[in-house]
Structure formats: C-alpha cells, structure tokens
Design a protein around this ligand. Structure first.
Ligand code: IMP
Length: 197
C-alpha cells in the first residue's frame, strides 16, 4: 500500500520514531498537527488495541489518508500488571516520572530479582481509507530496577532494566531502543501488514 499516513498522536518523538521505521516503505508519515487535525480523544478502552483503535478512528473521520495510532504501557507482574493501560495516568497525569518511578521501586521493596519481571506493551492500530482496521502488538521483557538509571527515553525507561543489555532502556541510545522496543517491533509488524495489502 502506498500513500500518506497520519499518526494520531500529539507526541513529536513518536512521529519521528515512526518516520524512521517507515522510511523505506515509500509512505510519508505526518503528524495530526501537520495534517491540521486538532481533537481531544478520550482513551476509555479496556485494552491497548481498543485504545489505539479509538484514537485512529477519531482522526480517520477527518481524512482520507491511512491513520495510525498507538497505545502502550508498563505491566509489572508483582503488581498484578499495574499500571498497564493506565500507565500515563498512574498517580495522576501531571505527576512527575521521578515520583511514579520511585513509587514503583518502593512498592517492590524486598522483592527479589526473579519476581521483579515487567514488560512494556504496545499496540498499533491502522484505519484504512476503505474502513478496514488492523492492529499489531509487541512487547519487550525486563525487570523493575532498584534505582533510576540513564537519561535517554522517557516515562518509566529509567527503571526498566533489560537483562540482555545489562542496562535500563534509559541507558540505550534511541536507535538501540527502537530495534528492541515494544513500539519499534509493533510498528515494524504493522509495516509488514501494510505491505501485503
Ligand atoms: P500512551 O501514550 O497512551 O501510549 O501512554 C503510554 C504510557 O506508558 C507513557 O506515558 C509511559 O508512561 C508508558 N510507556 C509506554 N512506552 C514507554 C517507553 O517506551 N518508555 C517508558 N515509558 C513508556
């Protein structure tokens, strides 16, 4: 499939990441803002896929282009997969990640390495001009660290330790993270799906 993709997010970093991944596909990726679409979308789904579809469908009403959206979160096994789809809203949308991260570290006090398992999950949704809908999902497995480490990335990256790298995702470069991240993998799966259409 060729053409233009509008990515339904206000986050410029996400748009840049998907532009990098889609570069070789022949499709142009632009942000909602660049497409002149400015709407507030309430993410009230109960799964990552539902939330990504809610965002993509909302923007698709305003355009004939392909619309893509993502939804992601952090699942901590010891905390019954919290904060999960509520990751951005955990302890309040405006609370700093220093506080959110310290809170998770505190809640895992005394919990041994093997029970500190966690994963980032990302679902990507695409709504096509003919109304067809596609979703992909991917994860990256890791553990909640004992303290914040690293200055790259965002959100929960400083406490998300990836054993195979002996680093948190905040200690990986943007390119290293994109190769292995939940979002990078889910986006590449979506790129493959779009190629087959
Ligand atoms: P979304 O923008 O609604 O998908 O929000 C997902 C939330 O999950 C973000 O605000 C972060 O708190 C968290 N999150 C998702 N992906 C990552 C990541 O790659 N690094 C750090 N935190 C992430």
């Amino acid at each position: 499939m060729k053409g233009r993709i509008i990515f339904a997010t206000g986050n410029a970093d996400k748009v840049r990441e998907i532009q990098m991944i889609m570069e070789d596909s022949g499709m142009e990726v632009i942000s909602m803002k660049e497409a002149g679409i400015s709407i507030d979308i309430e993410e009230n789904g109960s799964t990552y896929e539902e939330n990504a579809l809610i965002k993509a469908r909302a923007v698709a009403r305003y355009t004939d282009a392909i619309v893509m959206a993502d939804d992601s979160g952090l699942e901590v096994d010891h905390l019954n997969k919290e904060p999960g789809i509520h990751s951005a809203r955990y302890l309040g949308e405006d609370t700093s990640y220093r506080i959110k991260n310290q809170n998770l570290i505190d809640r895992l006090k005394g919990v041994p390495d093997e029970e500190r398992t966690a994963r980032f999950v990302c679902a990507i949704a695409a709504v096509l001009p003919d109304g067809r809908e596609l979703t992909t999902r991917a994860t990256i497995e890791g553990r909640i660290d004992y303290e914040e480490r690293g200055s790259h990335g965002f959100g929960y990256d400083p406490i998300f330790y990836v054993p195979e790298f002996h680093k948190t995702t905040a200690e990986l470069t943007e390119e290293e993270k994109n190769k292995v991240s939940h979002r990078g993998k889910a986006l590449r799966l979506m790129k493959e799906e779009l190629k087959t259409l």
